[in-house]
Design a protein around this ligand. Structure first.
Ligand code: C2E
Ligand code: MG
Ligand code: MG
Ligand code: MG
Length: 280
């Protein structure tokens, strides 16, 4: 571009990289304000028990409707926040917000995604304990979702923190299982209560029978390790039927509902729960 050409020192930079850097700095500044002003919110997506066909939990997902721009992808927000360290503040905020909201939905566990950068901090379990005490949510009502990347280097801090969280009564789920750098040894080395099977295993279930075989193997393995299984990204009745047949515990996906604002959850859960009762 003319701008880049005009400054010799920028010649080696790709303009699109330059633009991306600009956008990231802008988003970084804007998200700090947006978190404080309440523009960034948590929405909640139901988890449905495939046997009872009832809602048993809710996953909190970050949502930012940025004025003039529209919805910003959580992945983009998280990536930037991880690079600046702001992710710690987002994590604390999300935990407190979700624990407060969860008190309106007794009997439903709330799951919060927490970045690896946050989990490995020495005082992470103290933070969680303090937020539970402050909000009055029972530890059993909270689940922490972490992705496999958190475990890659097998830091002892992570293991220690996860054990302490579990000692509190908080549940731990391994998110996006089956993607990235999965290693089966994670399942024996770390104290998970649940594995969440990535939606890439569900997407073309009907035309790729080998994917059903993999899900079946994960269910068998999880059962042997006394872990629950949630399958993500369930969009059709056909997928649901296969997963139920393979005895997956819970399912989550657009078939039931996308993530919705906290104020709508009570009605949404009632609707999903009675949907089946009225058919039976
Ligand atoms: P995740 O934790 O694996 O969350 C599931 C993602 O799948 C969500 O995307 C959800 O909207 C989407 N999803 C749910 N059901 C379906 C479906 O049936 N079909 C399809 N195609 N997608 C479905 P979302 O909200 O864009 O979040 C993306 C990722 O961003 C999350 O993946 C999580 O890793 C991260 N994330 C979201 N909120 C937070 C947060 O508060 N903190 C942190 N650290 N990460 C978050
Ligand atoms: Mg998750
Ligand atoms: Mg996931
Ligand atoms: Mg994910």
């Amino acid at each position: 571009s003319a701008k880049a050409a005009g400054k010799g020192c920028w010649c080696s930079f790709d303009v699109s990289l330059e633009d991306r850097g600009f956008r990231q700095r802008q988003l970084d500044a804007d998200m700090r304000l947006a978190l404080r002003s309440g523009e960034i919110a948590l929405h909640y997506q139901p988890l449905v028990d495939l046997r009872s066909e009832r809602v048993v939990g809710l996953e909190a997902l970050l949502r930012w409707n940025k004025p003039g721009e529209g919805w910003i992808s959580p992945t983009e927000i998280i990536t930037i926040a991880e690079s600046t360290g702001f992710i710690i503040e987002i994590g604390r905020w999300a935990l407190r917000r979700a624990c407060l909201d969860a008190r309106s939905w007794p009997g439903l566990r709330v799951a919060v995604n927490i970045s690896s950068i946050h989990v490995r901090r020495l005082d992470f379990h103290d933070e969680v304990a303090a937020i539970l005490a402050e909000t009055g949510l029972a530890p059993e009502g909270l689940e922490i979702e972490i992705t496999e990347s958190v475990l890659l280097d097998r830091e002892s801090e992570v293991l220690t923190n996860l054990k302490r969280l579990r000692a509190l009564g908080v549940r731990i789920a391994l998110d996006d299982f089956g993607t990235g750098y999965s290693s089966l040894s994670y399942l024996t080395d770390f104290p998970f209560d649940k594995v969440k099977v990535d939606r890439s295993f569900v997407r073309d279930l009907q035309v790729r029978p080998e994917k059903i075989a993999v899900i079946e193997a994960i269910v068998t393995m999880a059962r042997a390790l006394a872990m629950d299984v949630t399958v993500e990204g369930v969009e059709t009745r056909q997928q649901e039927a296969v997963l139920r047949h393979k005895q997956c515990g819970t399912a989550q996906g657009f078939l039931y509902s996308p993530a919705r604002p906290a104020a709508e959850i009570r009605d949404l859960v009632r609707r999903l729960d009675t949907r089946k009762a009225s058919v039976a």
